[in-house]
Design a protein around this ligand. Structure first.
Ligand code: NDP
Length: 295
């Protein structure tokens, strides 16, 4: 069994990003990322902190915009409009989940698609469906694909089962897996799927993105499967200073011995997500200069 070390693979991806940032600097452009956070959700603040820190490590300019819990839809739309118009900002993301008075979908639609480094704008969703590389691909599923590729997992013709159908993970994950570069045969399962464990046992590659701690047990997993655990769940743990521990959607201890390869939580998909965000921000900066990817 191989543990797919997301932290290590992300470090390699970030080293490539650092070189790309330096190349852009030499051409007089510093990639810029704006991260907007509304309210006090502690997990969201941790994620935003990691994104801002990674920007600093790479030489990407970042602007962290913290807005109070009671921010109105109009105020947030004005902030996003300002960032759309700001030439020093190439990427914009609004950290999810916002407070309940905010209509997240309207905010996403207002973000300039050329700055939508999360890949959630309908234009970018459409480009993903059409396999148009000029768009932005959501960071978490993109990170899962990167992990599979770096680990040398054969995907062509493989049976892949994704559990979850969100716009952030499940749906784009399924699209990427079925795409021409990857060529898996994809099943998407969700809360209404019948005989979920049996469906999952067909998987050569199983990707749970559910948000339920240790939901996927050994009876969901075929001997020799590859398991990419997207879930990040906080469980209370009084023995830790933070008061909680992170677990995935997979019951790791019982599932790992059956697997050919598996990602841990933490240290699997999480670090990959941030690395892909950095890559998307660099891509946005390059596009703003009229340079295609890799140019
Ligand atoms: P959502 O809540 O938006 O979606 C969860 C999906 O899981 C839904 O499609 C839901 O089905 C399905 N589901 C829920 N319960 C069951 C069940 N009992 N059986 C089968 N399917 C079920 O979550 P996200 O997609 O945003 O996130 C999923 C997980 O991934 C979370 O733990 C989140 O924290 C984590 N995550 C991790 C990231 C990372 O960087 N590693 C980034 C983003 C998310 P239905 O549609 O029928 O309700």
């Amino acid at each position: 069994m191989t543990i797919l070390n997301g932290k290590e693979i992300a470090t390699d991806a970030l080293a490539e990003c650092r070189e790309q940032v330096q190349a852009l600097e030499a051409q007089g452009v510093t990639p810029g990322l704006a991260v907007v956070i509304v309210g006090k959700d502690p997990a969201s603040h941790v994620y935003v902190g990691s994104k801002v820190k990674t920007c600093a490590d790479l030489g990407i300019y970042s602007r962290r915009i913290e807005l109070p819990e009671e921010t109105s839809q109009r105020e947030l739309l004005e902030v996003v409009a300002g960032l759309n118009a700001d030439p020093s900002i190439h990427g914009i993301l609004v950290q999810s989940p916002p407070p309940p008075q905010i209509d997240e979908e309207e905010i996403i639609r207002l973000i300039d698609p050329d700055k939508d480094v999360d890949g959630f704008h309908p234009v970018n969703v459409g480009k993903l469906v059409m396999e148009d590389d000029s768009g932005f691909v959501p960071c978490t599923p993109q990170g899962c694909i990167h992990l599979l590729e770096r680990a040398g997992i054969e995907t062509a013709g493989a049976n892949a089962v994704v559990i979850g159908r969100s716009m952030i993970v499940g749906k784009p994950m399924a699209l990427l897996l079925m795409g021409r570069g990857i060529n898996a045969t994809v099943t998407v399962a969700h809360s209404r799927t019948r005989e979920l464990a049996r469906v999952c046992r067909e998987a050569d590659i199983l990707i749970p993105a559910i948000g339920r701690p240790e939901f996927v047990t050994a009876d969901f997993v075929k001997e020799g499967a590859v398991v990419i655990d997207v879930g990040i769940n906080r469980l209370e743990d009084s023995s830790r200073k933070s008061g909680y521990k992170l677990v995935g959607d997979v019951a790791y201890e019982e599932v790992a011995p059956k697997c050919r390869a598996i990602t841990p939580v933490p240290g699997g998909v999480g670090p990959m997500t941030i690395a892909m965000l950095m890559g998307n921000t660099i891509k946005a900066a390059r596009s703003s200069m009229g340079q295609p990817e890799g140019g």
